[in-house]
Design a protein around this ligand. Structure first.
Ligand code: APR
Length: 240
């Protein structure tokens, strides 16, 4: 079976990335050996309740992640996805569960961060979202309402609703090709995108070190920086 549709036959590609896509940039994945959640109780650092109970602990957790992120660089998978977005003759929708900005720094013109963005803050009082590269804490001042100690990381915690779902459900229903890159598929509603795409007849491809389940038409094994780059090159008809 031909698994490499021509990019000249324009179609809508929907890509969903997870933490495996940033692993080769040196950002730990969430689950598995050495994963980010391995050393932390999710309920103590990534829920609204935790933020209410221990705001300093939660802020410190995200402050550390933010400072680490600022030292990291996009990898070849980020660059390849950006190239696909720019060069594919049809539409490309890039959905990410990652809160890092490596897709943007890799050149992606449009990124849908369904779990929010670490380099943004949100005011719990006025709701305004601002760029944020500094540590957040009780002395942080909202640039919009000027209230003190009201800023939180603009990330979606467990128990909160992911962003842009209505728009992205609609786009996924319109996909002709769906690619999941470096995600375990364990967290809903993101894990549902493949089911939506498949139910509408899209070809579904998984890029991962290990296959998550049997729902995809094709599984491409290996580290994303290699596999995604090779696939994009082939898809766009480039010679390597
Ligand atoms: N290349 C490709 N895949 C990889 C690589 C790599 N270099 N390294 C790891 N992987 C795969 C793992 O095999 C695993 O399937 O990436 C996946 C990472 O899975 P998770 O740690 O569960 O991360 P993710 O799917 O992004 O988690 C989803 O869960 O905790 C929440 O909000 C958090 O956005 C996150 C969501």
């Amino acid at each position: 079976m031909n698994t490499k549709p021509s990019s000249r036959a324009s179609g809508h590609i929907v890509i969903l990335t997870g933490s495996g896509g940033s692993a080769e940039s040196g950002i730990p994945t969430f689950r598995g050996a050495g994963g980010l959640w391995g050393g932390h109780d999710v309920m103590k650092v990534a829920t609204p309740r935790a933020f209410c109970a221990q705001p300093q602990l939660v802020q410190r957790f995200y402050n550390e992640r933010r400072q680490i992120l600022l030292t990291k660089e996009p990898n070849a998978a980020h660059h390849a996805i950006a190239r696909l977005q720019k060069e594919h003759s049809g539409r490309v929708t890039l959905i990410t569960q990652n809160i890092d900005d490596l897709h943007e720094r890799g050149g992606s013109p449009e990124v849908w961060h369904i779990h929010g963005e670490l380099l943004k803050s949100r005011c719990t009082h006025c709701g305004m979202i601002h760029a944020c590269r500094e540590d957040l804490g009780p002395a942080s001042v909202c640039p919009s309402c000027h209230g003190t100690g009201r800023l939180r990381p603009h990330v979606v915690w467990f128990g909160e609703t992911p962003l842009f779902l209505e728009e992205l459900d609609a786009r996924t229903r319109d996909a002709t090709l769906f690619a999941a890159i470096g995600t375990s598929g364990l967290v809903y509603p993101a894990a549902n995108f493949v089911h939506i795409a498949r139910s509408r007849g899209a070809r579904c491809i998984e890029f991962n070190l290990e296959s998550s389940d049997g729902v995809f038409d094709e599984f491409i094994a290996g580290p994303a920086a290699q596999t995604v780059t090779a696939w994009v090159d082939s898809f766009l008809g480039h010679t390597r």
